[in-house]
Design a protein. Structure first.
Lengths: 427, 154
């Protein structure tokens, strides 16, 4: 059923478009303070490498407003190894953690050997010591790996600095672009450009493909695009409308919505066999499926009770369970990575906000305070939600850390941005 | 032997590609009969009537006023070769649910027209959900204008 196939060019836009950049709106007063000491360099190595790496790590760690930094000008010393590191120099400045390091050697292939350490000042211990070898052309990549390790050590959560974000930009009435960029807004690429709407991007678990809905042929159709080659295939499931594709955790199938003669139901679509298996069969609207992390259940929105509410269905037994009862609009649910809670769009007194709920409890907790919030997506470590919202006639992305430490926004420079989708971690 | 082998291979390829084409066009036809774009080859008919009906939030039911409007429209609808119904929603709520809701609205109009004697075969239904608002503002007036089914005749 995959019919035509053509190759779309993947354009790298350096300056043409939007480039999302995170702006911290509200940080907590009680953030841990980290000193990012400029990395030292061995004899014969450009000093700028050391400064670049520590600056990159600092930018990464501060990206979502979860920490504060100690300005370089306030530092009493620039140690680059444990031998010249003194806890009291940092304790006196109210620092909680210090990151130091050194660029040790460059071999003839242009490889750098970088050592780094993380200290907990209050406990007076070295938390982490590591070494990494990488090319001098890839200082950004090396910095992301070090940042991930430091983040993981401090928070106990996976680092997400090498993840990406997909989103749709609507720059004027008739221009829609499916884009991806690094999570810090760098390296934006346009995957597909169209005069018709594009919606519902979803990353394959291996990050190599994107499924999304495009109206390029006059109605909603699901496409799968290979991110490396740019090749696009449409899935034609013979329905009036095909929509809301989401990859299964093993990447072998999609849950999606097919509307045969106007009745949208949830189906499973096997990528290899191209077979459709029906999951729901109800005259109401069933849409917005998403898999539980253990792939045993699918959460979906249904108006079978008279208003949109969330349900989950066991993919084997087909047994269904209603998940939300409070309020007359609970839709587009997604599971947290631990599978124990869900997040979704909650309508309350005419406001549509991002909310969470533990599966074991009835209580709904609203996270956002704007009124037109939708399309929430969660970081793979389960700690940050990015969602779409609107200010005047322009759409922008908002973000919030679930520990409540930070709120931020990702304003687009031109036009409206919507439909964020956070990539999985690299395996 | 060799040329014959290649010949057979070529024949097989041809048969195979032929078969693929056939099933392809069958799929295409079925597809077109629900929401195809063949109307694009036809000229859009001019009409003096308002070509939109409006809906309440999260609702797809036609009220008396809408039905009255559609009744007035009937003679022209019956004359048209193709009737295209495009369902839309306001921006509130979620995009994929709104895509389904827009389809519901267009189907509600289709069903009414069929009951009034319009041939279902010439009706094309498509939903754009909240993707193509008429008004970009976020207020009751703009939302009310955006919750619509647009009727175009060809």
């Amino acid at each position: 059923m995959i019919r035509f196939l053509f190759v779309a060019l993947i354009l790298v836009s350096n300056s043409i478009f939007s480039i999302l950049e995170i702006e911290i709106l509200k940080g907590s007063d009680n953030l841990s303070k980290i000193a990012f000491v400029p990395f030292g360099v061995d004899d014969g190595i450009e000093e700028s490498y050391g400064r670049q790496i520590s600056r990159n790590i600092e930018k990464n760690m501060l990206l979502f407003g979860e920490f504060e930094n100690l300005p370089k000008s306030e530092m009493l010393s620039y140690p680059s190894s444990g031998n010249d590191f003194y806890y009291r120099d940092w304790k006196v400045l109210g620092v909680d953690y210090s990151v130091i390091g050194k660029v040790n050697s460059v071999n003839s292939l242009g490889n750098l050997n970088i050592s780094y350490s993380l200290f907990n000042i209050n406990r007076r211990i070295k938390l982490l010591e590591g070494e990494i070898v990488g090319s001098e052309d890839n200082i950004e990549g090396i910095s992301k790996i070090i940042s991930n390790r430091i983040y993981e050590e401090i928070t106990g959560l996976k680092g997400i600095f090498d993840t990406k974000l997909a989103y749709v930009i609507n720059s004027d009435a008739d221009t829609y672009q499916m884009c991806i960029s690094d999570i810090d807004g760098k390296n934006e690429q346009i995957l597909f450009s169209s005069k018709a709407p594009i919606m519902s991007p979803d990353w394959s678990p291996d990050r190599k493909k994107m499924a999304y809905v495009s109206f390029e042929n006059g109605l909603a159709e699901i496409f799968i695009q290979d991110l490396q080659s740019g090749e696009r295939n449409s899935i034609q499931a013979l329905g009036m409308t095909n929509s809301a594709p989401v990859w299964s955790p093993d990447g072998k199938s999609l849950a999606l919505v097919v509307s045969f003669s106007g009745n949208p139901d949830i189906f499973l679509y096997s990528i290899n066999s191209k077979r459709l298996i029906r999951l729901t069969n109800h005259y109401g609207i069933d849409t917005e499926p998403s898999w539980s992390p253990d792939s045993k259940k699918i959460i979906f929105t249904s108006d079978r009770s008279g208003s949109p509410q969330l349900y989950e269905i066991n993919t084997q037994s087909k047994r269904k369970k209603r998940l939300t009862r409070d309020g007359n609009y609970n839709a587009r649910g997604r599971y947290f990575p631990d599978g124990k809670s869900i997040f979704f769009v909650h309508g309350n007194n005419g406001n549509f906000q991002i909310a969470t709920k533990k599966l074991s409890s009835r209580y709904i907790e609203t996270l956002t305070s704007t009124s037109l919030d939708e399309s929430p997506t969660i970081s793979p470590n389960g700690n940050i939600i990015i969602y779409a919202t609107k200010d005047g006639s322009n759409g922008y992305l908002g973000g919030i850390t679930l520990d409540g430490k930070s709120r931020f926004s990702l304003p687009v420079k031109n036009g409206s941005v919507r439909e964020p989708a956070w990539s999985p971690l690299l395996n | 032997m060799e040329p014959i082998g290649i010949f057979i291979l070529a024949m097989l390829c041809q048969v195979y590609s032929c078969a693929a084409n056939v099933s392809d066009s069958v799929e295409r036809m079925q597809y077109a009969s629900v929401a195809g774009d063949e109307y694009l080859q036809e000229e859009r008919l001019e009409t003096n009537l308002d070509d939109k009906v409006y809906f309440d939030f999260d609702k797809s039911t036609l009220d008396a006023e809408d039905k009255n409007l559609l009744e007035q429209y009937l003679p022209e609808i019956k004359k048209a070769k193709i009737v295209r119904l495009e369902g839309h929603c306001d921006e509130r709520g979620t995009r994929e649910y709104n895509l389904a809701l827009g389809e519901r609205r267009a189907l509600e109009v289709r069903d009414f027209l069929i009951v009034k004697g319009v041939s279902g075969k010439k009706i094309r239904v498509v939903s754009f959900g909240e993707e193509k608002p008429l008004k970009s503002a976020s207020n009751e007036k703009a939302w009310a204008e955006n919750r619509r089914v647009e009727i175009s005749l060809y």
